[in-house]
Each structure stands twice: as structure tokens, then as C-alpha cells.
Design a protein around this ligand. Structure first.
Ligand SMILES: *[C@@H]1O[C@H](CO)[C@@H](O)[C@H](O)[C@H]1NC(C)=O
Ligand SMILES: *[C@@H]1O[C@H](CO)[C@@H](O)[C@H](O)[C@H]1NC(C)=O
Ligand SMILES: *[C@@H]1O[C@H](CO)[C@@H](O)[C@H](O)[C@H]1NC(C)=O
Ligand SMILES: *[C@@H]1O[C@H](CO)[C@@H](O)[C@H](O)[C@H]1NC(C)=O
Ligand SMILES: *[C@@H]1O[C@H](CO)[C@@H](O)[C@H](O)[C@H]1NC(C)=O
Ligand SMILES: *[C@@H]1O[C@H](CO)[C@@H](O)[C@H](O)[C@H]1NC(C)=O
Ligand SMILES: *[C@@H]1O[C@H](CO)[C@@H](O)[C@H](O)[C@H]1NC(C)=O
Ligand SMILES: *[C@@H]1O[C@H](CO)[C@@H](O)[C@H](O)[C@H]1NC(C)=O
Length: 411
């Protein structure tokens, strides 16, 4: 309150009245236009900037005690684009007089900025498509949320070559080669979809588009043809449904649909049908399996414990580190029906033609090897895991046997 008063003292009373009535007008009317100086406060519930027909709005949403995120939400409250990180109750989102949209927390620290200061922005607008745009006097777009995606793609949004969706350590990209990939920590590619279109050179003009009726396709105006990547299971059904593509924090890419005003979402397609095949889903040394149809994260054996019992996805750690094994004695603990996930670029350096016992022994004697998997699928392959992060998978249908290095007993 003190801060507010200080800044107001510099204004003329007339301007202050104008500002105040404008603020009241905005909070009651929720206009589509956002003016320079307009501010949303985390501490003021129900304050929002809405699109003309209220399909989308921007507001702060409480995510915990004294923690808020500023999001564009679809009718009913489904977040589809989130600004920066969480803030405390002193947080604010302001379209600064210099044209930058800025998120600050209670301490005044700048947590996110659109990078559009002094670039001629004269107002902002939230469209009924869910696109937030910062525009100049000539009504040209200086910055758009559609060009700066976070984890979600909306219908009519063009996801072009080189663009990336990010969710924690996971990312989804549309490569110059024309492939669509899902990666863990920038490197490990656990899903890689090639397109027929990419057989044609120079795909620079291609875009991935989710059609409102629920068809995800790649379209290249220069080739005037399109290639379908996926149909949402409810495609062309229902009315007043928003469909969107989201990279979830479990590393899966999904199409969801949400009925206007319902506030709920229903999954309609997932890129990785077996969640346990998403690299790193159960954290380092975690073993992914299924409890019914739900993926669940366990530790490899009694030699391990969960890093965080309240969040088993955080992985496991050895009760005794290998360097501290009594008498320096180590052994390989067998894990039936399991494998340690090995995806490019790891597959090249970690695959060897070795039988089952050699797969176990070679890892035991190698200082850098932490685990191994003997595929037992006729390929004769053994993966010797030397990476600092390993991701396990255990289900009855896997023929492979894996071994993990633990302390042996002292003679
Ligand atoms: C905010 O909106 C909700 C539902 O629309 C209403 O129940 C609540 O009283 C409102 N809160 C304030 C402070 O206006
Ligand atoms: C505001 O954000 C800064 C930078 O992230 C952080 O150091 C500070 O603790 C935050 N302040 C509050 C009150 O949350
Ligand atoms: C997406 O790309 C098409 C074709 O270039 C263009 O007509 C359309 O305006 C673009 N949509 C947005 C929201 O930028
Ligand atoms: C992700 O990669 C960075 C850089 O290669 C590395 O420092 C970091 O430890 C990795 N994260 C995890 C969780 O392994
Ligand atoms: C593209 O994906 C296909 C599999 O769908 C794969 O065979 C090919 O190597 C990938 N290309 C690149 C450059 O990643
Ligand atoms: C890709 O090309 C192959 C071989 O030409 C064809 O069988 C397949 O149907 C094509 N796929 C798509 C999605 O167009
Ligand atoms: C499996 O799920 C059920 C129900 O959610 C739960 O009670 C049980 O503890 C779970 N079992 C394991 C091994 O996680
Ligand atoms: C090391 O541990 C293994 C398994 O616990 C045991 O069989 C073996 O005798 C131990 N060797 C030495 C030298 O202590």
C-alpha cells in the first residue's frame, strides 16, 4: 500500500482519478486491450485481463500458500501459457510505460520480461485465440505469446522449425531435419518422429499445427501438402471444445481437450504410449513400473532408498556409496525383467556384443560402470551404463535382465 501511495504522489490528481476509474473500469469490464501502465496484482483475486468474448484471460492463480503464477487460462481456468516462475503475494504483472511486460515478485525482483522495452509497444491485446500480443502504434505485432511458446501449443498457433516447448528438464522440438523429438536434459532423445515431408530438402517454411478439430499435422506452404502426425481420439466431435498440445512435466507430449467453462481436461493422445519409456521419469536410479495402469517409481533393491519419500519421481540413492563399500567389495545385484533405458546419443557408446554373464562381469570390473542390461532379445546386445544418470524400467513382459552395482559383503 505504501508503494502505491508513493508512486501516486507524483501524479496530478486528475490523472490519478483517471487511472483509478480506468482500473475500476478494467476490473469490471475486462476489456481486450491492455494499456501501458496496467498492472495485475497477485494479492488481488479475480482481477484479470480478458479476451473480447472471454474465451481466454490472464490472471494470477494461487498454487500454494503465498505462491502464485501468472497465466493465460482458457474459460473454466485451464492454464495454457504461464509467465516466468511463481511469485509471492507481492507479485505483479505490469505492462510498463516503456512497453515491456514484466513479472516481479514482492521484493521487486524482475522474474520475467518480454524484452520489448523501448521497441515502440503502445498497447497489448489478448485475442480470442489465446494469443497475447504486444503491438505498436501501427497495430503491428512486436511480441506474441504464440512466437514464445512455453509448454503448450494452441489451435491456430504456428509451431515453426527451431521452436521448442520446455517442461522442467524435458523439451519438444521441431528440428530443421523435419523430425519431431522429445529430449531429456537437452541430450537424450527418447522419442524421434521422422516425417515423409522431411525427405524433401529445405523445410524452413514448415509448421506444426493443431487444427481446432483435433488433428496434429505438419504443413509446408512451399510444398502445399501436409502430413498428419496424430488424430486426437475425439477429433471432429463435440462443440465448444478447446484442444491443445502440451509437453507435461512427466516428459510426455499430449493432446488434451477441454469443454468451455468446465475447467477440466481430458487426454486424447500421448506421443509416448508407455510412460515408463520416458527417460528419467523416475529420476536417477529410479525404476519405473506399473501399479495397475499407473506408472510408479521404485528403487532397484534394498541397497537403495528414495531421495524424497513424498515425491518418488525424484529418484533413489545408494544407502552406501560404491566408494565407501566395506573392504572395497562390490557385487552386481540382478533385476529380472528390467532394463536401463538407453537412447541416442548414449546407445552408440554403451552397446556391446556380450553374453549375459559377461554383461554382468564387465560392469563389475569397470570403475565407471554403474549398471548393465543384457537384452536377451536375440540381438546379443549388452548395455554398460557409464552415465551419471540412469533410468530403469521393470515390467513382466521385458525379457531383459539388468544388474546394478552395489556393495558386496565383507569376507
Ligand atoms: C471471486 O470469484 C468467485 C467466483 O466467481 C467468487 O465466489 C468470489 O467471491 C470472488 N472473490 C472476490 C474477492 O471478489
Ligand atoms: C524474489 O525473487 C528473487 C529472485 O528469484 C528472490 O531472490 C527473492 O527471494 C524473491 N523474493 C520474494 C519475497 O519471494
Ligand atoms: C500461421 O501461418 C499462416 C501461414 O503462413 C498464417 O497465414 C497465419 O496468420 C499464421 N498464424 C498466426 C497466428 O500467426
Ligand atoms: C543435465 O546436463 C547438464 C549439462 O550437461 C549436467 O551438468 C546436469 O548434471 C544434467 N542434469 C542431470 C539431472 O543429470
Ligand atoms: C528422424 O526420425 C526417424 C525415425 O522416425 C529416424 O530414423 C531418423 O534417424 C531421424 N532423423 C534425425 C535427423 O534425427
Ligand atoms: C510415408 O511414406 C510411405 C512410403 O512412401 C507411405 O507408405 C506412408 O503412408 C507415408 N506416410 C504418411 C503419413 O504420409
Ligand atoms: C498401488 O496403488 C494402490 C492404490 O492407489 C496403493 O494403495 C498401493 O500402495 C500401490 N502399490 C504400490 C506397490 O505402490
Ligand atoms: C564380496 O561380496 C560377495 C557378495 O556379497 C561375496 O560373495 C564375496 O565373498 C565377497 N568377497 C570378498 C573378497 O569379500
Amino acid at each position: 500500500m505504501n508503494n502505491l501511495k508513493q508512486s501516486k504522489e507524483k501524479m496530478t490528481p486528475q490523472f490519478f482519478c483517471f487511472f483509478l476509474s480506468l482500473a475500476i473500469f478494467l476490473s469490471l469490464q475486462s476489456s481486450a486491450t491492455i494499456f501501458l501502465g496496467d498492472t495485475l496484482y497477485a494479492s488481488t483475486p479475480n482481477q484479470s485481463w480478458s479476451s473480447p468474448n472471454s474465451t481466454f484471460s490472464i490472471s494470477f492463480i494461487a498454487t500454494g500458500s503465498n505462491s502464485y503464477i501468472a497465466s493465460i487460462t482458457y474459460s473454466g481456468g485451464v492454464p495454457i501459457w504461464t509467465v516466468g516462475s511463481t511469485v509471492d503475494s507481492g507479485g505483479a504483472l505490469q505492462l510498463l510505460p516503456n512497453g515491456a511486460l514484466r513479472l516481479t515478485n514482492g521484493s521487486g525482483a524482475n522474474l520475467w520480461d518480454s524484452g520489448t522495452a523501448n521497441r515502440g509497444v503502445s498497447y497489448a491485446s489478448l485475442e480470442d485465440s489465446g494469443e497475447l500480443r504486444l503491438l505498436n502504434n501501427a497495430n503491428l505485432t512486436v511480441w506474441s505469446s504464440f512466437d514464445n511458446p512455453t509448454d503448450t501449443i494452441l489451435p491456430l498457433q504456428n509451431f515453426t522449425i527451431g521452436k521448442v516447448l520446455q517442461s522442467g528438464l524435458y523439451s519438444f522440438s521441431f528440428l530443421r531435419s523435419g523430425n519431431l523429438t522429445l529430449r531429456w536434459n537437452e541430450t537424450v532423445v527418447y522419442w524421434n518422429k521422422g516425417l515423409n515431408l522431411s525427405l524433401h530438402a529445405n523445410l524452413t517454411t514448415a509448421r506444426l499445427v493443431l487444427h481446432p478439430i483435433g488433428i496434429l499435422s505438419v504443413f509446408d506452404p512451399s510444398l502445399t501438402n501436409r502430413e498428419i502426425v496424430a488424430y486426437s481420439s475425439d477429433y471432429a466431435e463435440g462443440s465448444d471444445i478447446l484442444r491443445f498440445l502440451r509437453l507435461d512435466n512427466d516428459g510426455n507430449l499430449r493432446i488434451y481437450s477441454s469443454v468451455r467453462g468446465s475447467g477440466t481436461i481430458t487426454m486424447r493422445w500421448a506421443a509416448v504410449s508407455d510412460q515408463c519409456q520416458v527417460f528419467g521419469y523416475c529420476g536417477n536410479l529410479g525404476i519405473c513400473g506399473y501399479n495397475g495402469s499407473n506408472p510408479s517409481c521404485e528403487c532397484p533393491s534394498e541397497d537403495f532408498e528414495h531421495v524424497d519419500l513424498n515425491d518418488r519421481r525424484k529418484g533413489c540413492r545408494r544407502k552406501v556409496e560404491i566408494e565407501d563399500c566395506p573392504g572395497n567389495n562390490t557385487t552386481m545385484r540382478p533385476l529380472d525383467h528390467s532394463m536401463f533405458l538407453t537412447y541416442p546419443p548414449e546407445s552408440l557408446s554403451q552397446a556391446f556384443f556380450l553374453g549375459m554373464s559377461s554383461c554382468r562381469l564387465n560392469c563389475l570390473v569397470s570403475r565407471s560402470c554403474v549398471a548393465s542390461t543384457s537384452l536377451v532379445d536375440g540381438s546379443g546386445l549388452c548395455y554398460l551404463k557409464t552415465s551419471s544418470f540412469v533410468s530403469g524400467y521393470q515390467v513382466p513382459v521385458i525379457p531383459s535382465t539388468s544388474y546394478i552395482k552395489v556393495c558386496g559383503s565383507q569376507a
